[in-house]
Design a binder for this molecule. Structure first.
Ligand SMILES: NC(=O)C1=CN([C@@H]2O[C@H](COP(=O)(O)OP(=O)(O)OC[C@H]3O[C@@H](n4cnc5c(N)ncnc54)[C@H](OP(=O)(O)O)[C@@H]3O)[C@@H](O)[C@H]2O)C=CC1
Ligand SMILES: O=C(O)CCC(=O)C(=O)O
Length: 437
């Protein structure tokens, strides 16, 4: 396999806000742009401001050589996109996955801008990616490739410029290597350069589980809003990684019967409710949910169409689309993943009366506690776990009520309401700074 994939389009895409032809394949970037276009139309903004909001401020593409343990060398393509920094430093995760490309990272960076604005954390949005399959590499190889990627993006990151965090395929070890590489280059330790780092290096209590806790707070509120009592509700969770596994655990702890979960290899189901702790032990031992003795096997993507009250997609983009949205039975969908629902699927689900809580609200717990971690690192003063968790819950539920009120007052979907609220805050920052009249 050749790890280097074809380069994507030029950095500043003049067609940023142009409508796509009807036959075009949905992509995360097209979806993100369509969501922005809808918010811009609602807010009555002109083309100039629309272009400004649609176009990343800064993008860096890097080629990252890796010396394998075998002595062979490989080259991987990496990216860091800073979509916006009008409200503060750019902020967002770093993804290691074989299909990462510049357009995907652009979409993810744009969603980070709206997420940070919606939750009123003082950041803009960024995202990074390396087109590598971490499962094919040893720890030593991952360390070398991470250090080299960090060196390549060093000129544009920093605790006051752009602060990476974990996303798909990366974790606290990755953050420790980034922190060390950056600190060695600075000549002193800079804990504020990344969030989601190990506690012993200045990470925050509660960051590792923050996205899942936030998803759970929102899921319980959304179920109740839909007239469903959590303790009498059932759920399916797609993805059993950093977000999905803990979301399944917290939902089960709250009394929700989690009947199906999946990972990239397959899915498992138990209508009586999965034992999430036993399933996690199985995943630790085998690397997959497949083969778990306490459940039946299910086709991987059938997890999305189970007869459950709540669906939590917590894996990748575009999984709920025109092809399967009509078959989704859940009344409430809470997006743990970024961009799991295409605009076409959104329309079908809304028509069916399903309540979709968008990613920029539902999975914001991660960046909220990343913000807490950055504040703690900058002050060199650490909070207790209960302080982190109560502040997280308060911010998540305030944002939920705000978005719900805005949506209900205008008969909008929660996604349109959330995006419009966020875009308005970013546009206001541009206007006040004089960047746009
Ligand atoms: N980590 C964070 O703090 C945040 C993450 N997110 C978003 O949450 C999502 C998940 O991220 P995270 O949990 O960190 O990533 P991880 O890499 O920890 O986990 C990803 C999970 O998704 C699974 N997966 C991948 N493709 C599929 C598929 N087609 N069907 C079913 N499962 C699949 C993986 O399977 P396998 O285990 O077999 O590899 C894995 O279980 C992403 O969209 C990310 O952007 C959003 C906010 C914050
Ligand atoms: O914690 C962060 O800074 C960002 C997490 C992230 O990448 C996301 O919310 O999608």
């Amino acid at each position: 396999m050749n790890p280097v994939t074809a380069p994507t389009t030029s950095p500043v895409d003049a067609a940023a806000s142009a409508p796509r032809p009807a036959h075009a394949e949905p992509t995360p970037l097209a979806d993100a742009r369509a969501q922005l276009a809808e918010a811009v139309a609602l807010l009555g903004y002109g083309d100039g401001l629309h272009q400004m909001l649609a176009t990343p401020r800064r993008e860096l593409s890097v080629a990252v050589p890796l010396r394998m343990d075998s002595g062979e060398s490989r080259l991987y393509l990496g990216y860091r996109v800073q979509h916006n920094f009008s409200r503060g430093p750019a902020k967002g995760g770093l993804r290691y996955a074989p299909n990462v490309n510049l357009d995907e990272v652009r979409a993810l960076a744009m969603w980070m801008t709206w997420k940070c604005a919606l939750l009123d954390v003082p950041y803009g949005g960024a995202k990074g990616g390396l087109a590598i399959d971490p499962r094919e590499h040893s720890q030593a190889e991952l360390e070398r490739v991470t250090r080299r990627y960090t060196s390549e993006i060093l000129p544009i990151i920093g605790p006051e410029r752009d602060i990476p965090a974990p996303d798909i395929g990366t974790d606290e070890r990755t953050m420790a290597w980034i922190m060390d590489t950056y600190s060695v280059n600075s000549g002193y330790t800079v804990p504020g350069i990344v969030t989601g780092k190990p506690i012993s290096l200045g990470g925050s209590l509660g960051r590792a589980s923050a996205t899942s806790r936030g998803v759970t707070h929102i899921a319980l509120a959304a179920l109740r809003h839909a007239g469903l009592e959590p303790a009498r509700s059932s759920a399916a969770v797609q993805g059993f990684g950093k977000v999905g596994a803990d979301a399944a655990r917290f939902l089960a702890e709250a009394g929700v019967k989690v009947t199906a979960v999946s990972d990239q290899y397959g899915a498992v189901r138990n209508d009586g409710g999965l034992d999430i702790e036993a399933l996690s032990d199985h995943v630790k031992a085998t690397g997959s949910v497949v083969g778990f003795a306490g459940a039946d096997e299910l086709d991987r993507d059938a997890v999305l169409t189970q007869d459950v009250d709540l669906l939590v997609p917590a894996a990748v983009e575009g999984v709920l689309n025109e092809g399967n949205a009509g078959a989704v039975k859940a009344r409430v969908i809470v997006e743990g993943a970024n961009g799991p629902t295409t605009p076409a699927a959104d329309a079908i689900l809304r028509e069916r009366g399903a309540l979709v809580v968008p990613d920029i609200l539902a999975n914001a717990g991660g960046v909220i506690v990343s913000y807490f971690e950055w504040v703690q690192a900058n002050q060199a003063y650490w909070w207790r776990a209960d302080e982190v968790e109560s502040r997280l819950e308060e911010r998540m539920l305030n944002a939920w009520r705000h978005v719900l009120g805005y949506a209900e007052a205008r008969d909008l979907s929660l996604r349109t309401a959330a995006t419009a609220l966020a875009v308005e805050r970013v546009a206001e920052a541009h206007r006040l700074r004089g960047l746009y009249p």
